[in-house]
Design a protein around this ligand. Sequence first.
Ligand code: COA
Length: 502
Amino acid sequence: MVNDYSRILNEGLRERVVPADVAASWIENGMTLGLSGFTRAGDVKAFPDALVKRAETESFKVNVFTGASLGSDVDKMFAEAGIISKRLPFQADATMRREINDGAFHFVDQHLSHTAEMLRQKVLPKVDYAILEAVSIKEDGTIIPTTSVGNSLAFAQHADGIIVEINESQPRSLEGVHDLYTLDQQGSRDPIPLVSPEDKIGTSGIQVDPDKIIGIIFTSQLDSPSTIVPPDQDTRLIAGHLIDFLKEEVEIGRLPQNLVPLQSGIGSVANAVFHGLLESDFENLSVYSEVLQDAVFDLIDAGKVNFASGCSITLSEEKMKQVFSNFENYRDHLVLRPQEISNHPEIIRRLGLISINTAIEMDIYGNVNSTHVRGTKMMNGIGGSGDFARNARVGIFVTKSIAKDGKVSSIVPFVSHVDHTEHDVDIIVTEQGYADLRGLAPRERVELIISRCAHPSYREQLYDYYQAALERGGHTPHVLEEALSWHIGYEKEGTMQKLVRA
Ligand code: COA
């Protein structure tokens, strides 16, 4: 295939086109690489392949910083090749997860809005190379990102050198969809001038000195499709309860008819909730989120969502074909921003978002664990859930009330790891119902959470625990020696059910 040099408008830069294996040969042991990519979208593809190939004959390790999880099995290949020294801020790959949990390398699980700030503060190691997927490079060296922005702007600004991977399969019509805004140093920073999801406040590409672009690679590999499973009975029920809650908020007059901008996290449950809005009466909605999944495009198609702001577009195979073959229809309804802007506390608080994220487990007081299975094993990472939940107008967490065929209760006496404290959790929703925890003291929450959200097969056990805890007293009563006994019971006997274990 002949490389499409018309995508490099700066003629001088055309001389910097190299095969991927040449760019990979520039990487030295101990370097830090800032890779584009956010939730399987807009990641570089040819460069990681070449780097992994190099590892077949050479031994080296690098730090890999990204926007979020990578597609094209890059995280899997990196983990298998053993070339990672440190990885941040998020991943979602089964092989990488196993290696992290085996202690093969360090994983820093970070709020997604924090990475760019930490680079600016020079808390993180200096980025040696930013390696960024692009639609094109303009005359002045501006790099036009593809289906995600993620941390690419920050990597480009803080790296010593930039390697651009032009992806010919990414439509040029993506140009104009991005909005790149740079924050100044803390202490000399103006308010971010964004007051509505559709506001554009920056530039259409990543502006860099062309001399900083040391190499250009071509690829035509498509983004990996998302792995979201379609809604099932439970996730439909969760969506239904959540929509009932929103309707009641409108009736009471706490929310306007068209709600407020919505954020929805990754995962099948969160996607199903957005699908639920399709069948609701809500109209003229807007989205201010990070990942824009299939359901957001369905809502745009249905005329229910007028505008969606995100930092990546992550779609199923079928939806990808539909959206990118008609991208002109969506362009005016979308913007892609850096993740520190899509997830910025200042904007989330200003816009007053409804934020919906998925939990692994929750406890009877409303603390949420989003990341660690039984307190120790990393699942994916906190992602943007903390950025949003803490600062949203309404912070909602959803989960199925049971997991592992009912052997695990997702409502437990005490979460085995805390990502979102009771102070950041407003509403919890399971397929059983929802509990509105706003303004409630710990003892007021317990009855609501157990009766509305816990699975019937675990309610009695939860009440028993709480009764025993009440005898000990306290503002947040617990029987500390029993608090994690459900998790220990599952580890030892394969179930949290006391009756079965007895
Ligand atoms: N204990 C143990 N395992 C549990 C569990 C619990 N209480 N609840 C769920 N699980 C397991 C499921 O069984 C499933 O395991 P499997 O992969 O072996 O089948 C896995 O967790 C995923 O659960 P699923 O029901 O498929 O949910 P999901 O795809 O919606 O993902 C999270 C749920 C929590 C893992 C995911 O949303 C996440 O990583 N969240 C944190 C990041 C985040 O919120 N980002 C938002 C902004 S991007």
